[in-house]
Ligand binder design. Structure first.
Ligand code: ATP
Length: 409
């Protein structure tokens, strides 16, 4: 669907990412359409990443691909619009935050029960399985990218780091040597070009009897992300990608080594995410990026505290340093689903589960159901005005660094 910027009303900023700003918005010309999340890239933003435009277009492409090939745990494109100044696209609004904010709201120790882990992992595996089946390796699995719908089911979001790998390499994957570095000159260039940027803290919180409200400063900041500046054609062989992307604590050993990677990086990230859900921290985090990467390459995950049968075996097998020995490498999602931790899961009925472990609060539900009535319209704003104001504030800040941001939307 073609959106028209003149018809879009934004209600509030949902969050800001490396690529752009996300608004809760609605289309005034389609009052029956529920509010959606509108991602907007300001093409003239001086602080934007050099490849933001390309990544945004890729994300729109993936979302439109999912429109033809839908899946209950993946978003599809509601509509998009491009002007000389903006690139904007709409996806379903997830009012209940993400797995990261949900975990941090759990008391007393910010960890999920085995049953909740099984539920969320099953939905994530189902979504990854679908992406892989259409040739897309996700490459950005982390709790912040697992959004919660009002029904309590998940949606994986953020596809700008995803990549197409030819489906003929999906299953079974060729047993590629794990130590086959790309030519040395490529390697050095890639390392020199890598950069890290830190995103602002995730902007959602939840509250329910089991979930406590979190002061903003206690919420976990979004994990540091490693992003490529460029992906030279020579770095892609069709079966493996050699670009260096991901989120520090979730990056796999083969990416750190520069060995080339494929769908198995998603199974590694699933192992990290499972560990974080169960133990409240990621397994290889160091005091610096260098130490984190050293740990990724050499350290084994520590399973302290109560032994969670099945779960620790699942984590160990997903966190195999050698991708060819990793669960899911040879048999894809089916191999992961067959792990004993998932015994009893009815994969084809997941979307019908009526009582997921956590439901959206009444407040969150209400926001998801905002309809376009008169008061909503007066409370709304035009995203173009928002960015105009942001630019004015940036200019003022350059002139007078002590000035405080006044942009409150
Ligand atoms: N569908 C959605 N429903 C509700 N909130 C959303 C939705 N999509 C994004 N958000 C919010 O907006 C924030 C930024 O979104 P997102 O991470 O997709 O942007 P991004 O520019 O791709 O960021 P990055 O690439 O740094 O992760 C998210 O952390 C989340 O809080």
């Amino acid at each position: 669907m073609e959106l028209d910027l003149n018809n879009l009303a934004a209600f509030r900023v949902l969050g800001r990412g490396a690529m752009g700003t996300v608004f809760l918005a609605a289309d005034l010309s389609s009052p029956s359409l529920p509010p959606f999340a509108l991602k907007v890239v300001d093409k003239h933003d001086p602080s934007a990443k050099p490849d933001a435009d390309r990544r945004a277009r890729w994300e729109i492409y993936v979302l439109s691909r999912l429109l033809n090939d839908p899946h209950p745990f993946l978003p599809s494109l509601i509509g998009s619009v491009e002007s000389p100044d903006f690139l904007a696209w709409a996806i379903p609004f997830c009012p209940a935050g993400d797995l990261n904010s949900l975990r941090h709201s759990l008391s007393p120790d910010s960890v999920f029960s085995a049953a909740a882990i099984r539920f969320y992992l099953s939905e994530i595996i189902s979504a990854l399985s679908h992406l892989h089946s259409i040739g897309i390796v996700y490459r950005d699995l982390k709790p912040e990218n697992v959004l919660l719908q009002s029904s309590g089911h998940i949606i994986l979001t953020d596809f700008d780091l995803s990549r197409y790998l030819h489906p003929r390499f999906i299953f079974p994957l060729p047993l590629l040597p794990s130590h086959s570095p790309p030519p040395r000159h490529n390697r050095r260039r890639r390392r020199n070009l890598t950069r890290i940027f830190f995103s602002i803290p995730a902007a959602s919180s939840t509250s329910s009897p089991e979930r406590s409200a979190l002061p903003d400063q206690l919420k976990k900041a979004k994990s540091a992300r490693v992003s490529p500046v460029s992906r030279p054609r020579t770095s892609f062989s069709g079966e493996r990608s050699y670009s260096f992307v991901g989120t520090q604590e979730y990056v796999s050993p083969e990416v750190v080594r520069g060995d080339g990677h494929n769908f198995a990086v998603d199974w590694w990230a699933l192992g990290i995410l499972t560990y974080e859900m169960a133990y409240g921290r990621t397994p290889f985090r160091g005091r610096s990026r260098k130490e984190t990467f050293r740990n990724v390459l050499t350290k084994q995950p520590e399973f302290v505290g109560k032994h969670r049968s099945g779960l620790t075996d699942l984590i160990s097998r997903l966190l195999s340093k050698d991708p060819t020995r990793r669960l899911g490498y040879v048999g894809g999602a089916e191999e992961v689903k067959a792990h004993p931790f998932f015994n009893g899961v009815k994969w084809e009925l997941l979307a019908d589960v009526g009582r997921p472990p956590f439901l959206a609060t009444a407040e969150e539900m209400e926001e998801g159901e905002v309809r376009l009535n008169a008061s909503d319209r007066t409370a709304s704003f035009d995203v173009r005005d928002y960015f105009k104001k942001v630019r004015q504030e940036q200019a003022a800040a350059v002139k007078s660094p002590s000035s405080v941001s006044l942009t409150e939307f």
